[in-house]
Ligand binder design. Structure first.
Ligand SMILES: [Zn+2]
Length: 324
C-alpha cells in the first residue's frame, strides 16, 4: 500500500491506517485499500472484495463490525477528501492573496507618475496672467489657458508668453457672450473662428483644444449637441473639468478654501482637470497656486498641459459615427 503524505490529506491517511490495523488483526486480505495520488490529481479508491461464505465463517457480529469499518472508512475518506479540497482551496486562496499583493505592488509602481492633473485657467488673459505664469515657471509646471479675445498690446503679449513658456493655448470663445454664441451654431462658429484667427495672428499657433463657455453642460445653449458636432467637425477637442475651486463664484473665498474645494473633488482620480480662472479679480487663485501644486504632487500627480491627445473629460458628449 502506498500512502502519499501531504499537508492536506491527514484525515485520509488516518482512516487508511485504521483500516490497515483492522485488516492485520482480522487478516482480512480481501480488503484492499488503495490510495492513488498521481501528480496533480488526487483520487481515493476503496475497493472491497467480499467473497461468499465469509458470513458463516465470521458470524453476524463480525459482519456488522466489517460494515461499520467500511462505513467509518468511507466517512474518513470523505472527510479526507473534503480536507484535501479545503486545504487546496486555502492554498490557492493564500497564493491568490499573495498574487494580489504582488499585483497591487506592481500597479502602484506602474502608476507612479501616471496620475495626471491638468491646471486650466479660463477667461484670460487678464492682469493675473503674468502672476500665474510666474508661479508656473517657478514651480516648473505646464498648464492650459482657455482664452477669450482681448485686444491691446498687453493682452497680445500675454497670449505670446503663454505659448513661449510651453503652456497650451486653448480657445474659450472670442466674446464669451453666452447670449450671442449660444443663439445658434453659425453665430457660435463665427465667434470661435474669429478667436482662432486672432490667436494665430498673435502667436502663430492654431489652437486645437477648446472649452465651452459654461462647459458643455451649460444651461444657456439648450441643446449643446449641434455645437459639439461643429467642434468635432473642426477637429478640435473640447475639455470640461472634474474638479473646481469655485474661484469665479466668490472672489473673497480664501486661497486655503479654494484649494480645499479642489482637493475634495479629486478622490485620487486620473485624469483630473481642474477649473480655475485667469481674471483680474481672482487674486486668491494666484495666491493658492503654489500650495495647490504642492498638494497635487504629494498625492502623486504629475502636472501636465492639455494637448489634443489628452484623455477628455466631457460633461456632455455625442458619439462619433464610427464610435460604438
Ligand atoms: Zn468662461
Amino acid at each position: 500500500m502506498a500512502i502519499y503524505y501531504s499537508k492536506y490529506n491527514f484525515p485520509v491517511v488516518v482512516s487508511c491506517l485504521y483500516v490497515n490495523r483492522q485488516l492485520r488483526k482480522k487478516t482480512y486480505s480481501d480488503y484492499l485499500c488503495i490510495y492513488r495520488m498521481p501528480k496533480g490529481v488526487r483520487y481515493i479508491f476503496f475497493v472491497l472484495a467480499y467473497p461468499k461464505g465469509r458470513k458463516k465463517k465470521y458470524g453476524r457480529d463480525s459482519m456488522s463490525k466489517r460494515w461499520l469499518l467500511i462505513l467509518l472508512t468511507g466517512i474518513g475518506a470523505l472527510i479526507g477528501a473534503a480536507g484535501l479540497q479545503a486545504g487546496r482551496t486555502a492554498g490557492l486562496l493564500l497564493a491568490g492573496q499573495k498574487d494580489a499583493k504582488i499585483e497591487e505592488w506592481i500597479a502602484s509602481n506602474a502608476n507612479a507618475g501616471s496620475k495626471y492633473a491638468y491646471l486650466t485657467f479660463d477667461d484670460g488673459p487678464s492682469e493675473s496672467t503674468d502672476e500665474i505664469l510666474d508661479v508656473l515657471k517657478e514651480e516648473k509646471v505646464k498648464a492650459t489657458f482657455f482664452v477669450v479675445g482681448k485686444e491691446g498690446k498687453l493682452s497680445r503679449r500675454r497670449y505670446q508668453r503663454i505659448v513661449e513658456e510651453g503652456h497650451t493655448l486653448g480657445m474659450h470663445s472670442y466674446s464669451h457672450d453666452y447670449k450671442e454664441i449660444y443663439s445658434n451654431v453659425s453665430a457660435f462658429s463665427r465667434d470661435i473662428k474669429k478667436l482662432e484667427k486672432y490667436l494665430y495672428q498673435v502667436t502663430g499657433v492654431h489652437p486645437k483644444v477648446f472649452r465651452f463657455p459654461g462647459g458643455s453642460s451649460n444651461s444657456v445653449a439648450g441643446n449643446i449637441k449641434p455645437y459639439i458636432q461643429w467642434i468635432n467637425d473642426q477637429g478640435y477637442q473640447y475639455y470640461d473639468w472634474n474638479a473646481l475651486s469655485g474661484d469665479a463664484i466668490n472672489f473673497r473665498v480664501s486661497p486655503q478654501i479654494l484649494n480645499e474645494n479642489i482637493l475634495k473633488d479629486i478622490h485620487g482620480q486620473s485624469p483630473v482637470i481642474i477649473l480655475m480662472h485667469d481674471l483680474a479679480e481672482a487674486g486668491h487663485t494666484v495666491e493658492a497656486l503654489p500650495d495647490l501644486i504642492k498638494a497635487l504632487r504629494e498625492q502623486g500627480y504629475e502636472l501636465r498641459a492639455i494637448s489634443e491627445r489628452t484623455q477628455a473629460i466631457h460633461h456632455v458628449s455625442i458619439k462619433e459615427q464610427n464610435e460604438y
